[in-house]
Design a protein around this ligand. Structure first.
Ligand code: NDP
Length: 247
């Protein structure tokens, strides 16, 4: 599977929502999905980053994207219900969701973790993805085959000192994915996790400010898996946590 090459039209007629689509891995995924024929819905908190991605997609001849400016930290269940209603009205269905937006917070000793930071990270990395998926279910069910992809991390499978709430949020993400995947097994909705691995983005630079970024994979290097899980080639894959960087 790691040599997977998506056909140019692999995502034709699909409508795919990408969270955190303005930067890093999410930006690359949005551009990549659009290049493969999808109509993408760009969700993020910094509007000018989303409009830059929008412009890039149009300039490359892609289908016109939609933009949803939303800060996941303050978003409520009602925001997600309104969003689902808009997607239903505009597109009539949703074929894919990439839950990619995430916050690292501050790496610190366990004894220094404060409750507001803990709650913000859980809100942005876990609770928002739960509420959003719940609200989007009716519109996901309108698609013949829908794929929900969550973003995990190596520290979401084995805890690591000082990674506190971020690591715990990624364990929770794996758990959320498994619960939904099991519950919707044998339905039109499949659900999986991607662990991107060390990738050249702003988040990685914040976690490892001293490292040589030239040694890191770029978001583009990971796209084979992001495309695979959104394409119909992965319809039999459900409940898996897959690594985008296979050693
Ligand atoms: P970046 O920090 O480069 O990008 C994160 C994206 O999430 C940005 O577009 C950001 O928007 C958006 N975002 C953050 N907070 C919010 C919020 N409150 N509301 C809406 N959008 C928000 O990170 P990466 O691209 O590196 O990370 C993408 C995913 O991959 C994350 O889930 C991360 O945990 C995971 N990951 C990354 C690894 C890496 O090495 N890079 C390794 C393992 C996992 P804005 O730009 O507007 O702030």
């Amino acid at each position: 599977m790691q040599n997977y090459q998506a056909a140019k039209d692999a995502l034709n007629d699909k409508v795919i929502l990408v969270t955190g689509a303005g930067d890093g891995i999410g930006k690359e995924a949005a551009l990549s999905y659009a290049r493969h024929g999808a109509s993408v819905i760009l969700l993020g908190k910094t509007v000018n980053k989303l409009t830059a991605v929008y412009d890039e997609i149009i300039a490359a001849g892609g289908k016109e994207p939609a933009i949803i400016p939303l800060d996941l930290k303050g978003a409520t269940a009602q925001h997600y219900r309104d969003m689902a209603a808009t997607i239903q009205a505009e597109f009539g269905k949703l074929d894919g969701v990439l839950h990619n937006a995430g916050m690292l917070g501050v790496l610190s000793p366990f004894e220094h973790i404060d409750l507001p930071t803990w709650q913000d990270i859980m809100q942005v990395n876990v609770t928002s993805a739960m509420l959003m998926t719940q609200a989007l279910l009716p519109v996901l069910k309108k698609a013949p085959r829908a794929s929900v992809v969550f973003t995990s991390s190596g520290v979401g499978r084995k805890g690591r000192a000082f990674w506190g709430p971020y690591a715990v949020s990624k364990f929770a993400t794996e758990g959320l994915m498994q619960v939904i995947a099991d519950e919707y097994d044998n339905s039109s909705i499949r659900c999986n996790c991607i662990n991107p691995g060390a990738t050249r983005t702003k988040m990685r630079s914040r976690a490892y400010p001293g490292e040589d970024i030239n040694l890191l994979k770029t978001p583009a290097d990971l796209m084979w898996l992001y495309l695979y899980l959104m394409s119909d080639d992965s319809i039999a894959v459900n409940g898996q946590s897959l690594d985008a960087q296979v050693k």
